[in-house]
Every structure is written in C-alpha cells, then in structure tokens.
Design a protein around this ligand. Structure first.
Ligand code: 5HY
Length: 251
C-alpha cells in the first residue's frame, strides 16, 4: 500500500525527518509518499501560521488522493486542516495529534503532552477536549523550543524536552509522554530509553493506524460533516481550489 505523509510546514529537512520516522514505522510492503506544501509558513507556531498552512496542505492532499493512496497522515501536531482534508479526500486522513492521544490512552492511565512553545498549548488542549481525551491528559507542557530549533543539532531542544519529561513524571504523575511536534519524531526511542516511560510519536502511530484502516477496508464516512465539498466558484487567488465534482449531500 501507499501512504501519503504530509508535513504542513515548508521546511524540507523536517519533511525528511518525518518521512524517516514514517518509514521506520511502516510495514515492509508499505510505501511512504512524503510531501510538503509549495506555499506557506516554514513552521506552524500558533493559529495564524496554521491558517496559512491549510491551502497548501489541501492541495497536496487533493493531488495524492487522485493518484491513489491508502490514506493520508497530517504530520503537524495541531492536526492542522484535518476536518477539511477528511471532507476532501476519499482515503482516510489521520492527524498525528489524535493518533498519539489514542496510543497513549491505550498504554497509560494518564499522559502528558510536551510541545514546543506556550502559544501552541491552547490548540492542543482544545483538540484533547474535542476528541474526548481531556480526562486522560494530565497536562500539556511547552518545552520553550521553537519548532525550527528541532532542526538544529546545536540547539538545546532535546535537553529542554528531557527536562520537561522529568517534570511531567514528578508533577503530573504522567505514565506516558506524547511528543507534541512532528519535528520531535526522531526523539521518541531515545527519550523512552532515557526516561523509563513510553514516549509516543504521533507520526509512527498514524502510519500504523492507516495500515490498520486500510487492512479493514475502513474509509472516511461521507455522510454528514465529511461529505464531499459542493461544487461552487471560489473567487480571487483561491479560484483554483474550487470544488469541481458535485458533492452529494445525502442528508
Ligand atoms: C508541528 N508546528 O508539529 C507543529 C508543532 C507546534 O510546524 N509542526 C509545526 O509547535 O505547534
């Protein structure tokens, strides 16, 4: 099978890191197709960046969906554009945030999330509540690490994340840790070994979940909220994004 993994920011080195984590998690017969948008922010740190990541993300989802994939992984921990992508795509779409929350809740009674900056925390807390994991997540912590510092080996990013893990164990009674940025995907194994508790990377979990859904023949329901977009003109620079096919509203 082919799985599309899209990094919604435009930093090539992060896309490569995400693709490596995805390939390590994938079955031998699975091919990972890794992409990133042609336009948009180099990193997503808060609501404004997130808004401008979505159009380029959806363009990649549309193109690879037409090419035929078993599913899509949105490799941004905010699950940027997830609902729009599920409406657009025929194949299932999984966000790494939601995937990581599910995995952590299957292996621990309570978990903490460690993300990059404080400005990213509210969106993650909103998703935890929206997905129904509010009671399982002890706390969403920020390691005070800019997203692109994760691309700089000389930065203190890993040390800051490690220190936050120890605080989560001591103060939150966290039994597992969820890494709250796709750019942390390469750190999960190292941090698990160093801190003596499961450290979950959403990229790896999302790949496994897509494989599971594909094996079971499960695809996004097109009844209700994820119904295909209705054909209509879009004005201005978004004219090229206008839905062409006639979406069917079965309601
Ligand atoms: C991510 N930003 O996973 C999020 C994490 C964050 O560019 N990729 C990004 O800090 O919100």
């Amino acid at each position: 099978m082919r799985i599309h993994v899209v990094n919604p920011n435009t930093t090539v080195s992060m896309t490569a890191k995400i693709a490596e984590a995805a390939r390590l998690a994938a079955s031998p017969t699975t091919t990972i197709v890794a992409t990133q948008p042609e336009m948009g922010p180099v990193s997503i740190e808060g609501y404004f960046d997130e808004a401008f990541a979505v159009p380029g993300l959806l363009a990649r989802i549309a193109a690879t969906d037409r090419g035929g994939v078993s599913g899509h992984v949105i490799a941004c921990f905010d699950d940027t554009g997830l609902d729009a992508a599920r409406s657009l795509a025929a194949a299932p779409v999984i966000g790494i945030g939601e995937a990581a929350f599910h995995a952590a809740s299957l292996i621990a009674g309570r978990f903490s999330v460690i993300t990059t900056l404080a400005r990213s925390v509210p969106a993650i807390e909103h998703n935890l509540a929206r997905y129904g994991f509010g009671g399982r997540c002890a706390r969403v912590r920020a390691a005070d690490v800019p997203v692109l510092a994760l691309e700089d080996p000389a930065s203190e990013a890993c040390a800051r994340i490690a220190a936050e893990i120890e605080r989560a164990k001591a103060e939150d009674r966290a039994e597992a840790i969820v890494l709250g940025c796709a750019g942390m995907a390469d750190l999960a194994a190292r941090l698990t070994a160093a801190h003596g508790l499961p450290v979950v990377d959403g990229v790896s979990v999302a790949v496994g979940l897509i494989e599971c859904l594909a094996r079971l023949g499960l695809r996004t329901s097109k009844l209700g909220g994820y119904a295909s977009p209705l054909a209509k003109p879009y004005g201005g620079m978004f004219a090229g994004f206008a839905p062409q096919e006639i979406g069917h509203d079965p309601a």
